[in-house]
Design a protein around this ligand. Structure first.
Ligand SMILES: NC(=O)c1ccc[n+]([C@@H]2O[C@H](COP(=O)([O-])OP(=O)(O)OC[C@H]3O[C@@H](n4cnc5c(N)ncnc54)[C@H](O)[C@@H]3O)[C@@H](O)[C@H]2O)c1
Ligand SMILES: [Zn+2]
Length: 367
């Protein structure tokens, strides 16, 4: 499946196809870029997929420099970005050169930041290897590193020239990492496309079994949905906020717990449960809509209950979020599957109530 992201002179293709990484060389060649390339990855991913990618690039005539960054979130620092800039300078990459990111969202974010700033911006290619990166982080052009004050605070918009998604790379992911990525897939269905959501519902078991055809169809469908949003709102001025469904509460849970307790996808799953119940409490959605969301999340192995929470700390984290405006927290809610609505005036008492309910245990009328 090829998804075209139409952004005028910044348009690009997302190619979703098993084995597509082996064709990166000729595909990059076809874009008419210079012959120097830097392949940014972490050692674990490089061991799995680095050879395939480097061989394809070299056969197509590229001079490839390998740039290693640390695994996971620790790659997203100014010190690592600086090491990358140094490596690009040393390999004499110029304005026509290309930076490729092979890995998860962390590699993509730091490599994209480096590509967007090196010589005021060079060609960038995303080769995402986690489900999260495939359906979310690799398209859209948001890049970032972290700051002591918070995650993703320093960055630039820099669209890739090409995104190659090999859905089979998901097969080497640890189980928890794999399931975590499915949260963004469920999210896309809930707020953007009822038919797609129904396909995810029907495909839950095949997805968990990492069936090749299912992965290709579902991951590809999610790329298409994200691309549609990015096309309509490249700079995240309003519509793109729809992708924040489950994230208002999810990010606050992550921040309030010091990022160690849940994976991002688990926190987003809890966030979607909370926000579905919030919509129900506000009379925006019915209980059926909430339960359908809960059922599919449970079916793909994502949590519905958070356990004990410091509710006030979660609320405080929510108002500190960079998307909060003047202390007011805007929510994306879903009136029914496939639709969304922005709601900016949610009373704190209602948020408190759903956070309370998220803890589970006796008194939670939702289970
Ligand atoms: N730019 C955006 O629009 C955007 C959107 C969402 C998330 N993000 C960012 O993405 C990051 C999270 O990304 P992530 O969830 O992909 O995690 P990650 O990039 O931190 O990678 C997680 C781990 O998985 C390993 N890994 C990657 N692919 C593998 C594979 N195929 N097989 C086995 N192991 C593999 C990596 O080595 C790493 O240890 C966060 O920093 C987040 O801020 C960015
Ligand atoms: Zn997310």
């Amino acid at each position: 499946m090829v998804v075209r992201v139409s952004l005028g002179s910044r348009s690009y293709d997302i190619v979703v196809e098993p084995g597509v990484l082996a064709s990166v060389g000729p595909r990059l060649r076809a874009l008419g870029v210079g012959t120097r390339a830097a392949l940014v990855s972490d050692p674990a991913i490089r061991r799995l997929y680095g050879k395939t990618v480097a061989a394809s690039l070299e056969e197509a005539g590229f001079a490839v420099t390998a740039v290693d960054v640390p695994e996971g979130e620790s790659a997203k620092s100014l010190a690592v970005a600086e090491e990358c800039w140094n490596a690009l300078l040393e390999a004499r990459l110029d304005r026509t050169s290309t930076v490729l990111a092979l890995g998860g969202g962390a590699v993509g974010d730091v490599a994209g930041f480096v590509a967007g700033t090196y010589m005021r911006g060079v060609n960038f290619v995303q080769l995402p290897t986690t489900v999260l990166a495939q359906v979310d982080a690799s398209s859209g052009g948001k890049t970032a590193i972290d700051h002591a004050q918070g995650k993703n605070l320093i960055g630039v918009f820099h669209q890739p020239r090409l995104v190659l998604v090999d859905p089979l790379t998901a097969r080497t992911l640890p189980e928890r990492e794999f399931r975590s990525g499915l949260a963004e897939i469920v999210k896309h269905g809930i707020v953007l496309d009822a038919e797609y959501f129904a396909d995810v519902e029907a495909s839950a078991a095949a997805l968990l079994g990492r069936d090749a055809a299912t992965l290709e169809r579902i991951v590809g469908g999610s790329c298409r949905l994200k691309a549609g949003v990015v096309e309509r709102d490249e700079r995240e001025s309003d519509l793109r906020a729809v992708l924040n469904y489950g994230h208002t509460v999810g990010h606050a849970l992550e921040a309030a717990s010091g990022y160690g307790r849940w994976t991002h996808g688990e926190a987003v799953s809890l966030g979607m449960v909370a926000e579905a119940r919030l919509a129900e409490r506000l009379g925006i959605a019915t209980g059926d809509t909430t339960r359908r969301q809960e059922r599919v999340l449970a079916a793909v192995g994502l949590p519905l209950e958070a356990g004990p929470l410091d509710v006030e700390a979660v609320l405080a984290a929510m108002t500190r979020d960079k998307k909060a405006r003047d202390g007011r927290v805007p929510f994306v809610l879903s009136p029914r599957i496939g639709e969304f609505r922005l709601v900016s005036d949610v009373p704190a008492s209602q948020i408190r109530a759903v956070l309370d309910g998220l803890q589970g245990g006796p008194g939670d009328g939702h289970r």
